[in-house]
Design a protein around this ligand. Sequence first.
Ligand code: PLP
Length: 394
Amino acid sequence: MRSATRLDILGTEDAYVVLDAAKQLEAAGHRVLHLEIGEPDMPTPPHVVEAGVRALREGRTRYAVAAGLPELRDAIAQSLAARGVRASAENVIVTPGAKPMLFCAALAVIEPGDEVLCPNPGFPIYESVARFAGGQPVYYPLAESRAFAPDVDAIAARVTPRTRVLIVNLPHNPTGGVASADDLARLAALAERHDLWLITDEVYGQLRYDGRCDSIAALPGMSERTIIVDGFSKAYCMTGWRLGYGVMPAWLSEPMTTLVINNLSCTATFVQHAGVAALTGPQDPVHRFVASLRAKRDMLVRGLNAIDGVRCATPAGAFYTFPDVSGVLARTGLACGALAERLLAEAHTAVLAGTAFGPGGAGHLRLSYAGAARDLEQALERIRGWVGSLAAVA
Ligand code: PLP
């Protein structure tokens, strides 16, 4: 027996592979510091938990309508006003997490042979689902010299008559980069000029340190060609609840619902009630979370920059640093994948190699600062000590 060949073209996320290796070390009795997985250490806000539990107690344990509960679709549409997006419930489709919506969006708009512009470095699932849908991923670079903001000229240079979709992720995983208002306007003009679909992954949209909250979908003409992908995992500390959504032109909602019926049926009903509470209840847990992230970001960036051979920019959003470790690599003769592997095996500190996000991540590591502050402090100590102990190549 063998599986269908289409499974062979799927990529994966190294975060899960490294997490698995880290768990094995833990099972062998080691204390591992987890900077590999993008998961907040904060609990889900209590009023959200309460709403989920109440929904369970009230028997909201049956199938929901496939597109999502009307009250949640409505609350999501209202919440988008904060980033300048005008939408109504009919534009919103709810899924169990943002990732299923990425998958659905790719299947919904990519034709076989279409070229799909993906950030490099970037979330590896973009190119995986683009390929799965029959498309051809085409990388566009994100340069550290531009604080990892999308370079519109570099993207424009990669557009061909076959280009159909542009994927943007702002704030960006793995770099924390954001785009200026001018970059967004130029990207929107590019999408319009070449009649492209825009898939805009905004799962870190509320985790910003520059006081801004925006979306390319808010720009004139963009709502017709944009699918916003977002979810509750990051901003509301709800990774395990599995709740996300897409926002799209109303005409696409119906075929997208058919796609949902075919593979998901619907999203857990009581989880959707918790989602309503997250959006309509007090937002101070999100503000507190962002404040705590800012403090951890500053501590991590300072600590990394104090290590010989490491240079780390200050990210404007999300909860990742993406330090350039090429000084360490040059001194030791290691590649960044080997550096990350040895850091886990020898210093029990789990991080990701920049190349887990495509070839554009070479020379970097990705460290998540969503975990506990004391773990980050210890991780810095371990990294500093371990990097210092590495022998230099002759
Ligand atoms: N998009 C990006 C850029 C992510 O980093 C992640 C999770 O790490 C997701 C989407 C998926 O989020 P969810 O937990 O809502 O499926």
